[in-house]
Write a protein of this length. Structure first.
Length: 261
């Protein structure tokens, strides 16, 4: 799997934007790999392409480093927006395991049905759907993953319905699923720095500083941050579904790699 150089420097603009943004830096991909370009342009996902302007798949997927032949474990796929592109990128030699925790499947049966429908399409025959309890992710049977990817839902694991799984517990749980040079990529809605897990339930946000600290404590090295989905105008005080901010929240994207014991 192609890996990017660690991103350590922050631009002056991001530093000025405030403490929540201070440890992010990514100028954006200057050379998007052909496999990613082709996946984004796939006519089969034409209905989802209207979201590309705000979700910036070229930047996110390039930062993640996903490549042909990879094994990807995607957690809580939602509509399958990322699933379809992962499938196209990894190709016939790759494998996408998209995981719907039992609690999510019970609350959103339509979402589970939709992702199963996608996986049943021959166009996405390298996609496997797994339903499993959130506390049992380490029992997923798959080849060592090149990428574990979760978008806009790490905060959900910390809530009651999922069993109050902290970022540290989550990262510990999925670590055995990663290959030696695998990447854990976390994308979520930012809460104000210092609020920890206080707003995972009411605002559906999580403190990036807490995420970084706890995942590193679980035995990972912080390997870079992307500002592709950052919004310095977000005051971090509104629920992510509030019409005033929905679709424009300040999102952080962190990349971690496991450290051998």
């Amino acid at each position: 799997m192609g890996r990017l150089l660690t991103v350590l420097c922050a631009t002056a603009g991001l530093l000025a934007a405030g403490p929540v943004l201070a440890d992010r830096a990514d100028p954006g991909p200057s050379d998007v790999p052909a496999a990613i370009q082709q996946a984004i342009a796939d006519p089969a996902r034409a209905d989802a392409a209207s979201d590309d302007a705000r979700r910036k798949p070229a930047a996110v997927l390039t930062f993640a480093g996903v490549a042909p032949g990879d094994t990807v474990i995607e957690l809580i796929p939602g509509s399958g927006y990322w699933t379809a592109m992962f499938s196209a990128i990894v190709g016939k030699e790759g494998h996408v395991v998209t995981v719907v925790p039992t609690a999510v499947a019970k609350k959103h049966p339509d979402a589970l049905a939709n992702i199963k429908k996608l996986a049943a399409d021959p166009h996405y025959d390298n996609v496997e759907v797994v339903t499993i309890d959130a506390a049992d992710l380490d029992s997923i049977e798959a080849a060592p993953a090149d990428l574990i990817f979760t978008a806009q839902n790490l905060h959900d694991f910390a809530n009651a319905g999922m069993g109050h799984i902290t970022p540290k517990a989550f990262a510990t749980e999925v670590k055995p699923l990663l290959g030696d040079d695998g990447v854990l990529l976390i994308n979520d809605h930012a809460a104000a720095r210092g609020t920890g897990l206080e707003h995972t339930g009411d605002l559906h946000r999580i403190d990036p500083a807490l995420v970084k600290k706890q995942i590193v404590a679980a035995g990972y090295r912080f390997d870079g941050a992307s500002d592709a989905l950052a919004n310095p105008d977000d005051a971090h005080d509104k629920k992510v579904f509030d019409e005033a901010i929905q679709g424009h929240t300040d999102e952080f994207i962190y990349r971690f790699v496991p450290v051998a014991p």
